[in-house]
Design a protein around this ligand. Structure first.
Ligand code: MN
Ligand code: MN
Length: 281
């Protein structure tokens, strides 16, 4: 059950309108690393989760992501208010047909500079910053906690980085306060998912099948020979996985012998072909 609470999780303000930045911020509204994608990712995982603690965490975070969506959406609206896009909407009383037919010359150019906003009216559209519509393909759940939690950790890391880049490209101190809050919460979510993954005793490899032992610890040196050809192996060896170095040429099998072409006599006769169903087309 959902209840509408009139409070915001964090009060959003902007110092001045900025439709260009509103457009950039759409990335976190309807983009692949955005808040809607995050909320849907954790809701769908949570509903399918049979472990009570993981389910509770997923649904708590999913719900918070909706609060983030609200904050991003309200910030976008504030950034649009008082901008040419909003003025266009006011002149048109919300109906943009005349404008699109070129009847309001002086607004056409202004609105074209923020076509995302023009077509969305005063509200944010569910697109990324380039105008690509939101898609369920952003929800990359595979239905196994040890894989999904890792995916969630990466998703939170990406969301954090997008907020960081947005903060760096904004000169609006109020807007930056909001973005900083949102970025910080994504760091907190990443920690929660890390904790949930650690709490699964056997969390690697994902799934039940262990893989073939002879290949599970093999590091194939697929680099050309040279001074740095085993750098990657040195890196892999520094972990706990006990990798062994193999030259690529140590593996591989001969291709199966080519089968001789069937003799003409053993092929279906032309007469058989004619009755093989093709005649019906
Ligand atoms: Mn979020
Ligand atoms: Mn998050």
């Amino acid at each position: 059950m959902f209840l509408h609470n009139q409070k915001m999780m964090f009060t959003v303000r902007v110092n001045e309108p900025n439709p260009q930045f509103a457009k950039l911020l759409l990335e976190q509204f309807g983009g692949p690393n955005g808040e809607l994608a995050a909320a849907l990712r954790y809701f769908t995982q949570g509903w399918a989760e049979s472990d009570a603690k993981r389910r509770d965490m997923l649904l708590d975070i999913a719900t918070e992501e909706l609060s983030h969506l609200e904050m991003v959406g309200q910030t976008i609206v504030q950034l649009i208010k008082g901008t040419p896009g909003a003025e266009v909407d006011e002149v048109e009383g919300g109906y943009l047909g005349d404008l699109l037919n070129g009847k309001h010359d002086k607004f056409v150019e202004l609105s074209l500079n923020s076509s995302q906003l023009l077509l969305g009216g005063p509200g944010p559209r569910l697109t990324d910053s380039m105008g690509n519509p939101f898609t369920a393909a952003y929800v990359d759940t595979i239905g196994e906690p040890t894989a999904d939690l890792r995916s969630n950790i990466a998703a939170e890391a990406r969301a954090k980085l997008v907020y960081e880049r947005l903060i760096k490209s904004s000169s609006d101190s109020s807007c930056r306060d909001t973005l900083n809050f949102l970025m910080t919460r994504e760091i907190a979510h990443q920690k929660m998912f890390e904790a949930a993954l650690d709490a699964i005793a056997h969390n690697f490899p994902p799934g039940r099948l262990q893989g073939s032992p002879e290949f599970a610890h093999a590091y194939f040196n697929d680099s050309d020979s040279g001074a740095r050809a085993t750098d990657g192996f040195e890196l892999a060896k520094s972990g706990p996985w006990e990798f062994k170095l193999h030259e690529a040429k140590e593996v591989g099998t001969e291709p199966p012998p080519l089968k001789p072409r069937p003799k003409l006599a053993s092929r279906p006769s032309e007469a058989n072909k004619a009755t093989s169903g093709r005649e019906s087309t």
